[in-house]
Design a protein around this ligand. Structure first.
Ligand code: GMT
Length: 375
């Protein structure tokens, strides 16, 4: 099959899912064409069956805002026609679904029929998409997509709550390729960040308000007062200055390390004892699943799709959004003794296996197959 994948090329979850899906489809023998504005961060170098098509918007003085969506739609038309694509799969509704609809209509006028799948990832529905400045376009695109998928049951419900659509939405969760047993992971790098008797807490995100990274610092402060610990913060974004200042105020600078954007977060997760995800809303929480895959239990809020991933008292703990005292208490429960920590580690990795990459990728292939049967 020849598949066009439209995505954000950044560190964000939707881009990671789209890139890993494309890589896996290419491994399965499909011809995959990534269409976006820069080289996707998780794509890596040259690989079989993968082509990258760059969308580049020229800077004309008349435009106060560059018409990315128009250029993207034109690029889709071009790639579909000249590479002979069978299907388009767009990740994150804004503006990818409306650009896909436009491309589909242009192609139809030229006698080419192509179905497009829209995968909803979270903020395209729960935060940005439901805003009146986007809502009518998103509703229209949901209704016009040939198939719609959402990454959790919670996101599917949110979509029906916020948009007037009755179209079927299939839940296809985020996925992971679970590496070797966590006990065989080389943790020698840990020495550079923590003493043997200290615990390592970790958080990975884009440091937007919705992630509530300040709660991570509050939780860390409380935990560190009882059990000497270190905190590794991975990522960057609008809240970083504020958080660095908060660190100074809390006098935690010697214990907290801001690592910035890291391409391969797995290695940081591997040397961590607990992953903290206190988000305000989170449609799935891919970052938590990535932590669990290397045997790291999760301390999280109980919002959105997180309870579909993190099992309370088994793979970590869930607390109400903003309840940092409960999160700190739960972290200390996990750190109680070596046996308890190990049990949580084991449970986390076992649970992550339920989101196995190959099984989930087959679900997307099934969606493509069913659409191509009806063309
Ligand atoms: O977390 C973000 O803000 C990035 C965002 C994205 O679309 O790039 O992530 C969303 O999609 C991920 C992949 O499906 C989900 O695992 C994240 O939970 C979701 N983020 C939110 O809902 C806030």
């Amino acid at each position: 099959m020849k598949i066009g994948i439209v995505l954000y090329p950044t560190f964000g979850g939707s881009g990671v899912v789209a890139t890993e899906l494309g890589k896996s489809l290419a491994k399965n023998g499909h011809s995959v064409h990534f269409i976006t504005y820069s080289h996707p961060v998780r794509l890596g170098s040259f690989r079989e069956n993968v082509t990258y098509h760059e969308v580049s918007v020229s800077d004309y003085p008349l435009f106060e805002y560059q018409p990315y969506e128009t250029v993207l739609a034109s690029k889709m038309v071009d790639v579909v026609k000249h590479e002979g694509l069978d299907i388009l799969h767009v990740h994150y509704a804004i503006p990818h679904a409306s650009a896909a609809f436009m491309a589909k209509m242009i192609l139809r006028s030229q006698g080419v029929d192509i179905p497009f799948v829209t995968t909803l990832h979270g903020t395209d529905i729960t935060l940005v998409g439901r805003d009146p400045s986007f809502e009518p376009v998103i509703t229209f695109c949901l209704n016009e997509s040939d198939a719609v998928t959402a990454v959790s049951k919670s996101l599917k419900e949110d979509t029906y709550k916020h948009f007037s659509t009755t179209r079927p939405i299939e839940v296809i969760p985020n996925f992971i390729s679970v590496p070797a047993d966590y006990r065989s992971i080389d943790r020698s790098m840990r020495k550079r960040y923590a003493e043997d008797d200290e615990f390592v807490l970790c958080h990975v995100s884009n440091f937007r308000k919705v992630k509530r990274v300040e709660d991570v610092l509050d939780v860390f402060k409380q935990v560190n007062e009882v059990k000497p610990s270190r905190l590794l913060l991975v990522g960057d974004g609008p809240e970083r200055y504020k958080l660095e200042e908060m660190c100074r105020e809390l006098q935690l600078c010697d214990r907290v390390k801001f690592l910035g954007k890291v391409r391969d977060t797995q290695h940081v997760l591997e040397i961590s004892d607990v992953f903290v995800l206190p988000s305000e809303t989170e449609s799935f929480g891919l970052a938590a699943l990535e932590a669990m895959a290397v045997g790291v239990p999760v301390i999280s809020s109980n919002t959105g799709g997180i309870p579909e991933v993190n099992v309370h008292g088994v793979t970590g703990y869930l607390s109400d959004v903003g309840d940092v005292d409960d999160m700190a208490e739960n972290t200390l429960k996990i750190f109680k003794d070596a046996e308890t920590l190990d049990k949580f580690r084991q449970n986390a990795q076992t649970r992550a296996r339920e989101f196995d990459l190959d099984t989930v990728v087959k679900k997307y292939e099934k969606v493509y197959d069913s659409l191509l049967e009806t063309v």
